[in-house]
Design a binder for this molecule. Structure first.
Ligand code: BES
Ligand code: MN
Ligand code: ZN
Length: 500
C-alpha cells in the first residue's frame, strides 16, 4: 500500500526544494499574467515566446537543474478567473500528480499566495492526494524500491506569507488528509480478493477501525441474523462455506442535543458468482468488488467522524458471499424477509436486493430521519448511464436533491431515474408476495430499486445509490486509479452527513 503524501503549510521557502507549483492566470487577451515574485521574469519570457499561455487546464513542466530556488517547476494555467470550476482544479491536481510520478518528484511546493482562494487550494490538494494510491499488496515481484518510486512525492507543501490564509489552509488541509485516508480505506476494502476479504474479515476490520476512530461497533453472526429473522440475507449466504456478518457502526456527534440520525445501508457481497443462476466466466473476477457499497459507507462513516459532522450515523453493512453449493437457494424457492414479506427467487443473481432488504429493515429500527443505501446493484445502471455517474432513486425528492448537491461539491455526479408505482407490476409473483427478478432485461436498475422500496416503512425518507457503474475501473478521472476500486462517493456521502 502506498504512503499518502503529507500536506503542510509553510510561511517561507526553506531547505532544498524539489518542484514548485505556480498557478498562472490569463488576462482578457488570453495571455499569461506574470505573478509577483520569483517567477515574474520566467512568465514574462514565456508570454513573449508564446510557449505557455496559461489557458484553463494547461500545464508546463520545466527543469531548472537546481541552481538556487526549486529544481523543477510546474506551471498550471488557470485561464480567466471566472471560467475555473473547482472540479477542473481538482482534475488538474490529479494530472500534476501523475506527472510527478513520471518525473520522480520528491516534494512539491504550491505557491499558495498566487491563488489565495482557500477553496481552490483545498480542491487542488484533493486532486493531488486522491490519486496517491496503488494496490500492490500481492505483488511479490515488485521490489520495494520500485514500489518506492511509484509513490510520488512524499510531501505537498503550501507556501504562504499570509498568516490568516495559513490558518484557514491548515484546517482545510487536515480535512483533505483525512479524506485521502478514508477514500483509500474504501479502495483497499473493495480491491481485496474474496479469499481474504471474507465477511468475517470485514467484520474484524470494522471492529479495529471503530476502535481507532471512536465509533460504536456491533457485529451480528448468522446465528444472530437468524434470531433477527433475516431470511433474505441468510438465503443469499446459504450456498457459501463462509459465514455472513452484519456490521452495525454508530457515530454519535459530541455536544449536540438530539442530533438527526442518518442510516447508511451497504451491500457487502464479498463475491457474487451469481449463485445457481451462475454468471458467465468473462470478467467474473470483478465480482470481488460487489461489496463496494458497504466499503463506500465504511469510508464515509470514518470520514464523517474525522470531520466531526453534527449528525448521528448508523451504518448497517451486510456482508455475505453468493455461491452455488448444494445448500444454495434455487430459483423458485420462497424466502421470508425480516419484515415478514415473502419473496420468490427467480434469479439467484439478483442477490443484492435480498441482502439489502433485510439490512434496510434492520436499519429502520434505529428510527433514522433518512435512510441511504449504496450498492453495486445492477449491471443495467452502466447500460443506462455509462461510467460517468451513478444512479439515484428514492421516495423523497428533497433528500435526493441534497445528495446530488453534496455530489456536486466533490465532482461526483448522481443522476436520478424514475420510480413510478407502475414498475411494481413487474415484481408481482404468482406464488409469493413479490419476486426478486423478471425474465427480461427492461428497466433493471429501476426494478432493483422498486424491490428495495417494498422494505421501506411508511414515512421513512429513503434514497438508493446504484454505484455499479462507478465502483471500479474509472479511467477517465485523473484523480482516481485507472484500474480497480475508484473510491467514488465516499466524499459525497460524508459531505451529506455534514450538511443534512
Ligand atoms: N453484482 C451484480 C451487479 C453488477 C453487475 C455489478 C456488473 C457490477 C458490474 C448484481 O448482483 C447482479 O448480478 N445483478 C443482476 C440482476 C438481474 C439478475 C436482475 C444484473 O445486473 O444482471
Ligand atoms: Mn448478482
Ligand atoms: Zn451482486
Amino acid at each position: 500500500m502506498w504512503i499518502q503524501p503529507s500536506l503542510e503549510v509553510c510561511e517561507s521557502a526553506h531547505g532544498r526544494r524539489d518542484s514548485d507549483l505556480i498557478p498562472v492566470f490569463q488576462d482578457s487577451s488570453k495571455k499569461p499574467v506574470p505573478p509577483k515574485g520569483e517567477y515574474a521574469d520566467l512568465i514574462q519570457k514565456l508570454k513573449k515566446s508564446q510557449a505557455f499561455n496559461a489557458s484553463k487546464g494547461s500545464t508546463l513542466f520545466l527543469r531548472f537543474g537546481g541552481k538556487g530556488g526549486a529544481e523543477n517547476c510546474f506551471l498550471i494555467g488557470l485561464g480567466g478567473k471566472s471560467e475555473l470550476s473547482e472540479e477542473k482544479i481538482r482534475s488538474l491536481g490529479g494530472s500534476i500528480w501523475q506527472k510527478c510520478i513520471q518525473e520522480k518528484i520528491e516534494s512539491i511546493c504550491v505557491h499558495a499566495d498566487l491563488l489565495k482562494d482557500v477553496r481552490s487550494l483545498r480542491v487542488l490538494a484533493e486532486g493531488m492526494i486522491l490519486p496517491a494510491y496503488g494496490y500492490d499488496k500481492y505483488k511479490t515481484t515488485l521490489s520495494d524500491s520500485k514500489k518506492e518510486k511509484q509513490k510520488g512525492p512524499e510531501k505537498i507543501i503550501f507556501f504562504t506569507s499570509d498568516k490568516s490564509l495559513k490558518k484557514k489552509l491548515e484546517k482545510e488541509l487536515s480535512e483533505v488528509q483525512s479524506l485521502g485516508f478514508a477514500v483509500n480505506l474504501t479502495r483497499d476494502w473493495s480491491n481485496e480478493p474474496s479469499n481474504v476479504g471474507t465477511p468475517e474479515y470485514y467484520a474484524s476490520e470494522s471492529k479495529k477501525l471503530a476502535k481507532q476512530y471512536g465509533l460504536k461497533c456491533k457485529v451480528l453472526t448468522e446465528a444472530d441474523a437468524k434470531r433477527e429473522k433475516m431470511g433474505l440475507f441468510l438465503g443469499v449466504g446459504q450456498g457459501s462455506e463462509r459465514e455472513g456478518r452484519v456490521v452495525i457502526l454508530e457515530y454519535i456527534p459530541k455536544g449536540i442535543k438530539n442530533p438527526k440520525t442518518i442510516a447508511f445501508v451497504g451491500k457487502g457481497v464479498t463475491f457474487d458468482s451469481g449463485g445457481i443462476s451462475i454468471k458467465p466466466s468473462l470478467r467474473m473476477e470483478e465480482m470481488k468488488h460487489d461489496m463496494t457499497g458497504a466499503a463506500t459507507l465504511m469510508g464515509a462513516t470514518v470520514l464523517a467522524s474525522q470531520w466531526k459532522v453534527p449528525n448521528r450515523i448508523v451504518a448497517v453493512l451486510a456482508f455475505t458471499e453468493n455461491m452455488p453449493d448444494g445448500g444454495a437457494i434455487n430459483p423458485g424457492n420462497i424466502l421470508t424477509a425480516r419484515n415478514g414479506k415473502t419473496v420468490e427467487i427467480i434469479n439467484t443473481d439478483a442477490e443484492g436486493r435480498l441482502v439489502l432488504a433485510d439490512a434496510l429493515d434492520l436499519a429502520q429500527d434505529y428510527k433514522p430521519d433518512v435512510v441511504i443505501d449504496a450498492a453495486t446493484l445492477t449491471g443495467a445502471v452502466s447500460v443506462a448511464l455509462g461510467k460517468y455517474c451513478c444512479a439515484i432513486l428514492g421516495n423523497d425528492e428533497n433528500l435526493m436533491e441534497s445528495l446530488k448537491k453534496s455530489g456536486e461539491v466533490h465532482g461526483e455526479r448522481i443522476w436520478q431515474l424514475p420510480l413510478f408505482d407502475d414498475y411494481f407490476d413487474d415484481l408481482k409473483s404468482d406464488y409469493a408476495d413479490i419476486k426478486n427478478s423478471v425474465n427480461d432485461s427492461n428497466g433493471g436498475t429501476i426494478r432493483g430499486a422498486m424491490f428495495l422500496k417494498q422494505f421501506i416503512r411508511k414515512g421513512t425518507k429513503w434514497a438508493h445509490l446504484d454505484i455499479a457503474s462507478t465502483a471500479y475501473n474509472i479511467s477517465h478521472v485523473s484523480y482516481y486509479p485507472k484500474k480497480g476500486a475508484s473510491g467514488a462517493y465516499v466524499r459525497t456521502l460524508a459531505q451529506f452527513a455534514r450538511e443534512y
